[in-house]
Design a protein around this ligand. Structure first.
Ligand code: NAD
Length: 357
């Protein structure tokens, strides 16, 4: 009996020590229960359970105590915060974009930053197409026409000129950024709708050109001049900030539609409002905005030919669950001293090896 008792005691002791030594992670919004449960096997997890994001001062004080952060694009992970977090080793972002994180600063400090690429590319591409179709086929206008009784008031079920939209077949789809999402959008445009697809990117993807039948444009200006639909899929960086400005909007066809599911600040909003007011373009579909969430009386809300949705590019149950899985995989890999699968700042590997040791 004696040795067994002492073994059991040792097991308990080891368990207690492991519990005490668990790295702490602050998760800035509720994810899926089973994902949090799995995370809790390795980490001491604290979840921010409010609907709104933690204010900066809360995030700052949490960052000072924890070894890991799970963040959203609503969390400002700037250099001040990173420098104030002596134990912080990994920021696992629950998003594809990471423009809210000061990557350079994190790398210098040896803090790993991960994101959730690929797993929502189809989801975002589907939303992009929902916006293209909604604007081209005047879906929202038509819906309101029916609901408001306007259709009934016309007294006739059909008129040759009622709610005329745009046909997509044979038109030119211009993709800005032929990465993971841009490629999906291009494929649907080319194979699904029979469109001619052109793209502009800082990288030329010759292989994809052959497979997808897309044509490279080395100048954004040329793409804007030729496209009937312009769809943005670049990350927000200092180079893409206000990439679509007044000058470039003026280059677009008067019949063209602009769709933005990338990041709000890729487009100069004031210029876009002017373009819509003065008819430089025919319409827009927007998922992402400068200054989210925008007020109900935002200048963009005045246009019937504009469809606005509240940053729902990745908002499917399947997509969001896969994003949470990727966050978990990154945290597990880091805990085990392995390189996280979707590490964003590769050069951090030269600063500090992965893991909490
Ligand atoms: P990705 O990295 O696979 O593709 C981005 C492409 O943009 C790359 O081909 C890159 O070479 C190109 N690019 C980068 N800088 C450029 C520049 N200055 N000029 C021209 N091309 C440039 O990224 P992805 O997974 O396709 O995602 C694209 C972006 O979509 C993300 O960065 C994110 O901001 C946004 N996004 C939005 C949502 C949403 O909810 N609306 C969801 C996911 C991603």
């Amino acid at each position: 009996m004696k040795p067994l008792e002492s073994n059991a005691y040792n097991v308990i002791k080891v368990k207690v020590v492991v519990e005490i030594l668990k790295p702490k992670v602050f998760v800035t919004r509720e994810l899926f229960d089973d994902i949090i449960a799995k995370m809790s096997e390795l980490y001491e997890v604290e979840v921010w359970d409010k609907y709104y994001h933690p204010p900066y001062d809360v995030l700052l004080s949490k960052a000072r105590e924890v070894d890991a952060l799970v963040t959203l694009l609503t969390d400002k992970v700037d250099c001040n915060l990173l420098q104030s977090a002596p134990k912080l080793r990994i920021v696992a972002q629950y998003a594809v974009g990471f423009d809210n994180v000061d990557l350079e600063c994190a790398t210098k400090l040896g803090i790993y930053v991960t994101n959730t690429p690929d797993v929502i590319s189809d989801t975002v591409a589907e939303l992009t197409w929902a916006l293209i179709l909604a604007v081209a086929k005047r879906i929202l206008e038509s819906d309101s026409f029916v609901r408001q009784g306007e259709w009934h008031r016309t007294g006739t079920p059909w008129h040759p000129k009622m709610m005329l939209g745009t046909e997509l077949k044979g038109k030119v789809l211009g993709i800005v950024g032929l990465g993971r999402i841009g490629t999906r959008v291009a494929k649907i445009g080319s194979l699904g709708f029979g469109m001619k697809v052109i793209y502009y990117d800082i990288v030329r993807y010759k292989e994809k050109e052959g497979i997808l039948g897309v044509e490279y444009k080395s100048s954004l200006e040329d793409l804007l001049k030729e496209s009937d639909i312009v769809s943005l899929h670049v990350p927000l960086t200092k180079d893409t900030y206000h990439m679509i400005n007044e000058e470039r909007l003026k280059l677009m066809k008067k019949t063209a539609i602009l769709v933005n599911t990338a990041r709000g600040a890729v487009v100069d909003t004031q210029a876009l409002v002017k373009a819509l007011k003065e008819g430089w373009i025919a319409g827009a579909g927007i998922d992402v905005f400068e200054g989210e969430p925008i007020p109900g009386d935002h200048p963009l809300t005045q246009f019937k030919n504009v469809v606005l949705v509240p940053h729902i590019g990745s908002a499917t149950l399947e997509g969001r669950y896969r994003m949470a899985q990727v966050v978990l995989e990154n945290l597990i890999a880091f805990y085990e001293g392995r390189k996280p699968p979707t590490l964003v700042n590769e050069s951090v590997l030269n600063v500090r090896p992965p893991g909490f040791k």
